[in-house]
Design a protein. Structure first.
Length: 330
């Protein structure tokens, strides 16, 4: 009798345990989904920094977070199709890199009843681009990381580093509001520095090879704007700069590591990490529009290997200000 009772009690206990497990399994939260949009190859570093910081914050891919990512669009006209495809999968959050991608994402979600929060990382000037109307209280479903001003200071650095510079080639994508802001700031600085800025708006459908072929032979330096397409073609610009012994003033550290002479601007990975901290708050329930737009940091990076090849001696006071030095080119 006791043996029979024990068996019955054990079966009941196992049944209860099974129910508990079933309930736990049924209530186990699904991984949150983040869709990631990149315009060009340079945005991969931003995404890498984002995912690294998300892991540090406790988000494990396949367990409590899922990333939806596609290759970089490569051109602005492909962004709409990519973003529509990602939105169809109903992500919990959208991470977008570059001003053009953010503008497309904002437009496509404007009439969406369940607007997914959007984090831009980065945007050069979200106010001028019409992405937000208030940096401290963006409202709506969008926030992100903006770039500090610095194109004027970068042009000043160019004059300090290469004092014989008089004519500067500036290629830019006229369809990119970020690039247009760079041109505006650089143009004002060039006038005060006595420089001639040779502005070259890249024709629609034109290749970077055609842009380089159109570069005048009598320019003294190349100034690359905050323009994802131009930044992504850094290898082409470095090749022509090396052949003509021209310094390149680049917008981010990524290009310096590739061979540009110097940059005064942002580091893509740092911006990705900064965006991850915003994402963490949003996934925990904070509304994107309640989070102020954050500002990235400008850093001075110098490629000493390139300086040696160009025969340029970097002033000591400039070297002391550098936060990143490339001593040997890989």
């Amino acid at each position: 009798m006791n043996k029979t009772l024990s068996i019955v009690l054990l079966a009941a206990l196992l049944g209860l345990t099974g129910c508990d497990r079933g309930e736990l399994s049924a209530t186990k939260p699904k991984p949150q989904v983040i869709a990631m949009v990149q315009l060009t190859e340079v945005d991969r570093s931003t995404v890498a920094g984002f995912q690294e910081e998300m892991a540090t914050l406790g988000y494990q891919e396949g367990k409590n977070i899922t990333y939806l990512s596609v290759p970089p669009a490569g051109s602005i006209d492909k962004l709409e199709g990519i973003i529509k495809g990602l939105l169809a999968k109903q992500p919990d959050l959208l991470l977008v890199s570059s001003t053009p991608a953010t503008l497309v994402a904002k437009r496509l979600t404007a009439t969406d009843r369940k607007k997914p929060p959007i984090i831009f990382a980065p945007v050069n000037d979200p106010l001028a681009a019409g992405i937000v109307t208030d940096l401290k209280h963006p409202g709506g479903h969008i926030t992100g990381i903006r770039l500090p001003t610095g194109d004027d200071l970068r042009l000043q650095c160019l004059v300090r580093i290469a004092p014989l510079t008089k004519r500067v080639f500036l290629p830019y994508n006229a369809d990119d509001k970020s690039a247009l802001k760079s041109v505006e700031v650089a143009s004002a600085a060039a006038a005060s520095l006595g420089l001639e800025l040779v502005r070259y708006p890249i024709p629609a459908g034109s290749s970077i090879a055609a842009v380089i072929a159109a570069m005048p032979t009598d320019v003294d330096a190349i100034f690359l704007p905050r323009d994802s397409r131009v930044e992504a073609a850094i290898a082409d610009f470095i090749a022509v700069a090396s052949a003509r012994r021209l310094p390149i003033a680049a917008p981010s550290q990524t290009q310096v590591e590739s061979g540009a002479l110097f940059s005064y601007g942002f580091a893509h990975k740092d911006i990705g990490r900064q965006a991850a901290r915003l994402a963490d708050q949003i996934l925990k329930g904070v509304k994107a529009g309640d989070l102020p737009v954050e500002m990235a940091e400008n850093r001075l990076a110098i490629n000493l290997a390139t300086a040696r090849k160009l025969g340029i001696s970097i002033p000591n006071d400039i070297l002391l200000q550098a936060e990143h030095l490339v001593r040997e080119q890989p």
